[in-house]
Ligand binder design. Structure first.
Ligand SMILES: *Cc1c(COP(=O)(O)O)cnc(C)c1O
Length: 710
């Protein structure tokens, strides 16, 4: 039937552009066609359409009168793709002929495309989405990880188990990039020990193109075929080869597509080799010497550093660098020592490892940290590289991270904004005026919206816990318990992030007896939802998970502390949309920015956080809660003790009393006032549109301007 295939074609078009994943209406369409299958395929519309029987599609579409909605969604996508009316069309015209190339080792766009591990990836995904919404010409460059990051489960002892699933490329929203002759377009990078090959895939993210390099091709040996299988697995050699592919391979991939970027944006140091390949390319083209071309490439390069901990920066021994970059070094006419010097703070210190951050800083004119405080920390950390200037003048600025609003806001909250901020609020999200209208919202309406979201979270957690227990073969009595875990009327605190030690997931449970008193208070109880993965090699991180989980399973805490396994963007969405309070207690100043708290803001949760990262510049005394006074102590132990004391103090004397202080209508008026403060003072600023606009105005345009005269 013509009509039916037409519907299927349109759905397929919708599925292959990730635009759908920030369109609540389109997500509803898929879900309503078959809710169970939609969940079973992990919200992956490509696989969903492959598995949905044709007769069912037809029947459901007719039953639910979905035809017109599918038509409408399809039309909206077409219009979005064509639209010339964007902020970028006015403010970023010089990027139109030559776009920004944005390099990142991971991209977190949606849980169904598992090529991310955590915050860095989600930030990159949000960057692409906002670039698309704003009409900024930008191409993402990354790697296709067939197995992605690991999937997490817990054994009966509460110990993290890792498993890796091979994703079938047929089920991903990706398409091979083809050469003129119809074969897969390939790129190659020569090393001293053989040539690395990769094929290219394309992902449509609204109007933005994401290119992914994939080493799983017949031209590679078995080892290299596995090179891009996993994120952050393997040893230094695997890592430098991945980074070679990302940086050097990435520049070649863009060239193979016939695109000449005007800006290279390195999202973290992993991709810093891109600068060397760009210099090589321009030297070959122009015949100019290294020194001159180096200045030009630095002029067009933007580098964002994300790591406030010295040990967290990628460093490689010289022989690994020579093995992989030796060919390029020769083309650059550089001696071994001069080349290694590019990766060293002290170029002549032969003991210094080759540091990707140092390379990136030396070869970029525009460098930034990801919050105001992180800017300060980065200038201090890298001051030795700029010996002749005072610390405040080290040329590393900051652009604070933001989140893609329509990805992270709950549909119910978005509808509330539609009613009170005007339906075009997403386009005006970066202006403070837009959000001041939140004061007009009726307290009860805001509160009820949040109650609905909390109920959704609780249902989600109960189902997850039951499934987790089933996998562990736990007795039936446990399932029954999970069916009633968490109470919708109880103050609910979320904590979810990587279990890196500095994030101190155990801080809140440091004094267990005290916490039992607080949690089980008969009038004013609280409950916690935890989630997060520890890196497979991070024993201390896994011990922290076990500590939380053992407490969650302890009879004293049962039903008031839960741990949701396998933290990913789906779990993150449920958590940030459903909790009352978002807790973050890193060891200051190690949280470069943090973004999960910004997602919580959009859904009415109040941040309860150490004054670190974005929160250090966001907290104004009434738009959430602060732990500590923004100080650090030379002794980690003292710092942890102080922060713990402050956490308990603020929790028991502010958070809990304000939440439970109800008026005659049963509403916590002071709490709601803080929620409104948070929307009004934070939402316009800590979103990805504002972030991308900052990049355009402060980095991209100046970087592109410098090259446009050539
Ligand atoms: C947002 C997000 C993060 C980053 O959270 P932080 O607060 O920056 O630690 C990590 N993982 C997932 C899945 C996320 O959605």
């Amino acid at each position: 039937m013509v009509g039916q295939s037409n519907i299927l074609d349109k759905l397929k078009e919708l599925a292959r552009n990730l635009w759908w994943c920030w369109q609540a209406n389109v997500i509803d369409l898929f879900r309503e066609l078959d809710p169970t299958l939609w969940r079973d395929v992990d919200h992956n519309p490509v696989e969903f359409l492959q598995r949905l029987p044709a007769d069912q599609l037809e029947r459901r579409a007719a039953e639910m009168a979905l035809d017109s909605r599918i038509d409408y969604a399809f039309r909206r996508l077409s219009e979005y793709l064509k639209s010339a009316d964007s902020w970028g069309a006015i403010h970023a015209t010089i990027l139109r002929a030559r776009p920004v190339a944005y390099f990142s080792a991971e991209f977190g766009l949606h849980e169904s495309l598992p090529i991310y591990s955590g915050g860095l990836g989600v930030l990159a995904g949000d960057h692409l989405k906002s670039a698309s919404d704003l009409g900024i010409p930008l191409i993402g460059v990354g790697l296709l990880y067939n197995q992605g990051y690991f999937r997490q489960s817990l054994n009966a002892d509460g110990w993290q188990q890792e498993s890796y699933l091979n994703t079938d490329t047929e089920k991903l929203p990706i398409e091979p990039v083809l050469a003129a002759d119809g074969t897969s377009l390939m790129i190659a990078v020569e090393t001293a020990t053989g040539t690395l090959h990769a094929r290219l895939w394309r992902v449509e993210v609204g109007r933005t193109l994401l290119l992914l390099l994939d080493s799983n091709v017949a031209e590679n040996n078995e080892n290299d075929r596995q090179l891009t299988a996993r994120l952050y697995g393997g040893d230094a050699r695997t890592r430098i080869r991945q980074e070679l592919l990302l940086g050097v391979g990435g520049v070649r991939a863009i060239r193979a597509l016939g695109i000449r970027p005007s800006v290279l944006h390195l999202n973290e140091g992993h991709s810093a080799f891109a600068t060397l390949e760009k210099i090589r390319e321009l030297m070959e083209e122009t015949g100019l010497p290294f020194g001159e071309v180096q200045r030009d490439v630095a002029q067009m390069t933007v580098f964002t550093t994300h790591t406030p901990v010295a040990a967290g920066h990628d460093r490689f021994p010289a022989q690994l660098v020579e093995e992989h970059l030796g060919k390029i070094r020769e083309a650059l006419n550089l001696s071994y020592d001069d080349f290694m010097g590019l990766g060293r703070v002290y170029p002549h210190d032969l003991n210094e490892l080759f540091c990707m951050t140092v390379l990136a800083l030396k070869l970029s004119r525009y460098a930034n940290g990801v919050s105001a405080l992180h800017g300060v920390v980065s200038r201090r950390m890298w001051h030795p590289l700029y010996a002749n200037v005072p610390e405040e003048q080290v040329p590393i600025g900051h652009i604070t991270n933001g989140v893609h609003v329509q990805t992270w806001v709950a549909p119910q909250m978005s509808m509330l904004f539609n009613r009170h901020l005007g339906v075009d609020w997403p386009k005006r999200q970066r202006y403070a005026d837009t959000w001041s209208a939140i004061d007009k919202v009726d307290d009860a309406e805001l509160w009820e919206t949040q109650q609905v979201l909390k109920a959704r979270l609780i249902n989600f957690v109960r189902a997850r816990l039951a499934a987790q227990a089933k996998k562990r073969d736990e007795p039936d009595s446990h399932f029954q318990r999970f069916a009633t875990v968490l109470d919708p009327n109880t103050l609910t605190i979320g904590f979810a992030r990587r279990f890196a030690t500095y994030k101190r997931a155990g801080l809140v449970l440091q004094d267990i007896d005290r916490m039992v008193d607080i949690i089980k208070n008969a009038q004013r109880p609280i409950q916690f939802v935890f989630a997060g993965k520890a890196h497979p090699e991070d024993r201390m991180g896994k011990e922290l998970i076990q500590y939380i989980v053992k407490n969650a399973w302890d009879d004293r805490f049962r039903s008031n502390i839960v741990f949701v396994e396998d933290y990913d963007m789906n779990v993150a969405r449920h958590l940030v949309q459903g909790v009352d309070v978002w807790l973050n207690n890193p060891r200051r100043p190690q949280e470069a920015s943090g973004t999960s708290g910004e997602k919580a803001v959009l859904n009415g949760a109040l941040n309860f956080s150490i004054l670190d990262g974005w929160w250090a510049e966001a907290y104004d005394g009434t738009n959430g809660f602060a732990i500590g006074a923004g100080t650090t102590h030379a002794s980690i132990q003292v710092q942890d003790e102080r922060d713990h004391a402050s956490l308990i103090d603020v929790l028991t004397n502010q958070v809990v009393p304000i939440f439970y202080d109800r008026d005659a209508d049963g509403l916590p008026r002071k709490w709601i006032a803080r929620q409104k403060d948070a929307f009004r003072t934070l939402a316009w600023k800590f979103n990805a549109d504002r972030m991308v606009m900052d990049y355009v105005q402060r980095s991209y345009l100046p970087a592109a301007g410098g090259r446009s005269c050539q």
